[in-house]
Design a protein around this ligand. Structure first.
Ligand code: NAD
Ligand code: ZN
Ligand code: ZN
Length: 389
């Protein structure tokens, strides 16, 4: 089959590889009908996440048709149409039973590496480094889904791939980011990043009843898409984020701040941009925490910082004293996808939201490698890429 594979920093290729096989009775093989490139894939493409190996198959946002099931993949049969959550879940461990699916205790087959790096294991993830199990991803014609009886979302035929594909990642990610802000009708919610995750977060914050949603980015078409959902926008290259947020909240600061940017944030004006780039380049720091610093500074005391943006390792120069003394609450994590998807699927079916609005590019798998660059560089108006294997 054909699959997009990682061959090192900035080197993704569409290769011929052997078809996946059932390896365990709980497995299923899915023929991928649609998959997407996620902002998290860019951290691998740009070489900032440790734990990738040459030849790893990329991709963790995908859906398709079940073509083969193991004897214990209960509730699934050939012909079923499924979206596959990016978090692999056993459905049985204590964390899964509590709905904390992204920290499933059993699905990371490289538990020891995660234990060493993070203190505990986290869930196995598709196409996302050997720290999370080294599972081949779904930017491919076929994919093996481990623990398939628990790791799937069945979707009705009446909805298109484009409407439901993002249930596997960015839609529940934006939703969780907003839900964990505990949004009140009097709240200003400020969202850094108007990429695909930011866009889903904006719509979620609006659905959850925020008084005003303010979005920060510098890419004009992304800000335009944010305004289409009713958000107020700030272009951080042209205006002061802190001053504008101050003005928009009567000097109080936003009650809720969401980092939908993560470890590759840009800073245009401040000295910390140079400092972080230099430290990241020599691996003295893995992540650039510019957005975190801004959020801590501007958030209203007793507010909430919600962090869907991905960080991989160490950050530096975080004004923790400000955060502590202002009494801020931090909430973060990889998304507990299945905790949210029954509700979100219903909202799509009811017509409350159609997540396909975010798609700007639909291409074949062969064009995947060049699309990584287009998406990373925000060329050609690119906001979200869907690949059709
Ligand atoms: P993206 O790279 O397309 O979007 C990031 C956006 O942030 C870009 O539009 C960029 O211009 C903007 N940006 C950069 N620096 C900024 C700054 N200082 N202030 C404001 N905006 C800034 O990626 P995406 O797909 O939207 O993903 C966003 C983040 O969410 C990534 O870190 C990704 O890894 C993460 N993510 C997390 C989960 C999860 O489970 N928690 C799931 C999916 C994605
Ligand atoms: Zn993702
Ligand atoms: Zn589990």
């Amino acid at each position: 089959m054909r699959a997009l594979r990682w061959h090192g920093k900035h080197d993704i290729r569409c290769d011929n590889v052997p078809d996946p096989q059932i390896e365990h009775p709980r497995d299923a093989i899915v023929k991928v009908t649609s998959c997407a490139i996620c902002g998290s894939d860019l951290h691998l493409f740009d070489g900032f996440m440790p734990g990738m190996k040459h030849g790893d198959i990329m991709g963790h946002e995908f859906m398709g048709e079940v073509v083969e099931v193991g004897a214990e993949a209960k509730g699934l049969k050939a012909g079923d149409r499924v979206v596959v959550p990016f978090t692999i879940t056993c459905g049985e461990c204590e964390q899964c039973r509590r709905g904390n699916f992204s920290v499933c205790e059993r699905t990371n087959r490289n538990k020891d590496a995660a234990d060493k790096m993070f203190g505990h294991t986290t869930a196995g993830l598709f196409g996302y480094t050997h720290l999370t199990g080294g599972y081949p991803g779904g930017q491919a014609e076929y994919v093996r889904v481990p623990h398939a009886d628990s790791t799937h979302i069945k979707v009705p035929d009446g909805l298109t791939d484009e409407q439901v594909l993002f249930l596997g990642d960015i839609f529940p990610t934006g939703w969780q980011a907003a839900v964990q802000c505990d949004i009140q009708p009097t709240d200003t919610v400020a969202i850094w990043g108007a990429g695909p995750v930011g866009q889903m977060t904006i719509r979620s914050a609006v659905l959850l009843g925020a008084k005003q949603v303010v979005v920060i980015d510098r890419v004009p078409e992304r800000l335009e898409m944010a305004r289409a959902a009713g958000a107020i926008t700030i272009n951080f290259e042209h205006e002061s984020v802190l001053e504008r947020l101050h003005d928009l909240t009567g000097g109080k600061g936003p009650e809720k701040c969401i980092d939908a940017v993560g470890m590759e944030s840009h800073a245009t004006r401040s000295i910390d941009s140079m400092y972080d780039r230099a430290k990241q380049a020599i691996m003295a720091e893995t992540d650039r925490p510019h957005v975190l610093r801004e959020m801590i500074y501007v958030c209203r005391p007793a507010g909430i910082l919600s962090i869907p943006g991905v960080y991989g390792g160490l950050i530096d120069k975080i004004p923790f004293g400000a955060s502590m003394n202002k009494g801020l609450t931090w909430r973060m994590g990889q998304t507990h996808v299945r905790r949210w998807t029954d509700d979100l699927l219903k909202r799509i079916a009811d017509g409350q939201i159609d997540p396909s609005f975010v798609i700007t590019h639909t291409v074949g798998l062969e064009q995947g490698p060049e699309m990584y660059k287009t998406f990373r560089d925000k060329k050609d108006g690119c906001i979200k890429v869907v690949l059709k294997p």
